[in-house]
Write a protein of this length. Structure first.
Length: 301
């Protein structure tokens, strides 16, 4: 059997595709693999914020087109890049166990040669720090932490963001911990931002495998699914969808399982203010929990 895996062409995306390859090899050593590199609109249009360029679907739509046209058999995505509504005929076949979900601060070593102490956080950068991020979610939470911060729009893969940080003379950038760790760059992290301080993106840290409905290959792929991560991500995505989630709305959500219950933390910007709420619910009713929390946060209940 030969499986063609569709992936973005960035270094991180290819590493994530390889994680799926190795996981599938552990299930069946006789499977052959081909990783098909696909250039997406999101990778090409790096001069505008995602909210202006068309949303996070820009990172997956060309890959999904390849799936529907049978040019590939499965697709590997960062779960946080997957829109709430999938094209007809496709579904998420597996969600792999989550990596670190947190956002992190990476400082410009030209200005901060010694890593910050974790407890210093933004204070270690001083008032009026210039911090790069392309995410509206990160930007509004940064300003909520310290309204003196100057948020500088910054897109691109991890390497290009680090390079642009140096070129633009920024004090630091905010990126996902999971990406840096998968790239073996965990030593660049200066501050792991607690999830209650900066609520992560929906699905952050998790990998998704997307495929065609009724494809017999599902009998192999389904074994990659990490049930707890899947249920948590479903709650987060339901919260996002209830709020009409897209890249023009600042939304974050993070679910965990504790003492037999699911705990969902949600964030959204409402009337110019960052609002956060937490709710506990049944593990096997994740969509219900996500919708209820969204309604509470917006004052509908």
């Amino acid at each position: 059997m030969r499986i063609r895996i569709g992936s973005r062409a960035s270094k991180l995306a290819l590493l994530q595709a390889q994680i799926v390859v190795e996981s599938l090899k552990s299930i069946d050593k006789n499977i052959d693999f081909e990783v098909v590199k696909i250039s997406t609109s999101g990778d090409r249009w790096t001069n505008r914020p995602l909210s202006e360029a068309g949303g996070k679907g820009l990172f997956v739509k060309e890959i999904e087109k390849a799936l529907l046209e049978r040019d590939i058999d499965i697709a590997v995505h960062s779960m946080k890049d997957v829109p709430g509504v999938l094209p007809e005929g496709l579904f998420i076949a597996a969600v792999l166990e989550r990596e670190d979900p947190r956002d992190v601060l990476v400082c410009n070593r030209r200005f901060f040669p010694v890593p910050l102490f974790a407890q210093e956080g933004l204070k270690g950068l001083g008032r009026g720090a210039k911090i790069g991020t392309s995410s509206l979610r990160r930007a509004v939470q940064l300003k909520d932490m310290d309204d003196s911060v100057e948020v500088v729009p910054l897109r691109g893969n991890v390497d290009s963001r680090l390079r642009k940080m140096e070129e633009l003379g920024l004090d630091g950038i905010i990126v996902a911990a999971a990406g840096l760790k998968r790239l073996g760059m965990g030593d660049r992290i200066d501050w792991y931002i607690p999830v209650d301080v900066m609520v992560p993106a929906v699905g952050q840290g998790a990998l998704a495998v997307e495929m065609r409905e009724k494809d017999p290959l599902y009998e192999v792929v389904k074994h990659l699914n990490h049930r707890e991560t899947e249920m948590c991500v479903r709650a987060e995505r339901a919260f996002m969808m209830e709020l009409g989630g897209n890249c023009s709305v600042a939304i974050g959500a993070y679910a965990t399982v504790s003492s037999g219950k699911m705990v969902l933390l949600g964030m959204s910007q409402q009337s110019g203010k960052v609002k956060k709420e937490e709710m506990r619910g049944e593990i096997f009713e994740p969509e219900s929990l996500g919708k209820k929390l969204a309604k509470r946060l917006t004052g509908q209940t």
